[in-house]
Design a protein around this ligand. Sequence first.
Ligand SMILES: *Cc1c(COP(=O)(O)O)cnc(C)c1O
Length: 221
Amino acid sequence: MSIKENLQKIIKSIPESVTLVAVSKTKPISDLMEAYDAGQRIFGENKIQEMVSKYEEMPKDVQWHMIGHVQRNKVKYMAPFVSLIHGVDSLKLLKEINKQAKKNERVIDCLLQIKIAQEDSKFGMQAKEAFVLLQSEELKELKNICIKGVMGMATFTDNKNQIESEFKYLKSNFEQLRAHNCDNCDLQIISMGMSGDYPLAIECGSNMIRVGSSIFGARNY
Ligand SMILES: *Cc1c(COP(=O)(O)O)cnc(C)c1O
């Protein structure tokens, strides 16, 4: 099936309230343009340099989501245009994003990446740390960021029960975080679900899915 057909099939299968991020990492501009021509406007990349060069080549109405681990010294390259940063996992990183957002006279939307997988190779903060962060005095001073929600990645496993319980854990933490007041927060987004598990993620309350290989095909590297 073509990229366009893959996209249409996924869009038809998900509720309208769920946002589809087309994960285009490692894929050439021609593939992104095929998705763009089929109507897709939100693209996710996991490397800042690659996202910057694609941003320069693609039409300017594309919304770019950074879904990978973010190195602080590279935030400045994406600060002028990035529309949502999914992988925020420390106050230190938030401060740098705030600083670069301010330089660009904008507010950058962020998601807190919460550790939900049992594997310890995954980035993210413990749910408890997220609560502490949202209530911290230091966060209040960061006027150029807005925390829009949470992101999580389930364990890479065939065990559906385990994945389901990890997704439910993220959803329940999201609800609890939302109950706290916070000046520069507007908790609306739960980013969870990829090609292999997005239907389950949606059942568990996801409203933003990050889908790569089911749209663009397998990645070779
Ligand atoms: C690569 C990636 C995805 C997409 O993975 P697929 O299995 O190809 O859909 C989603 N989220 C993150 C954080 C990724 O790095």
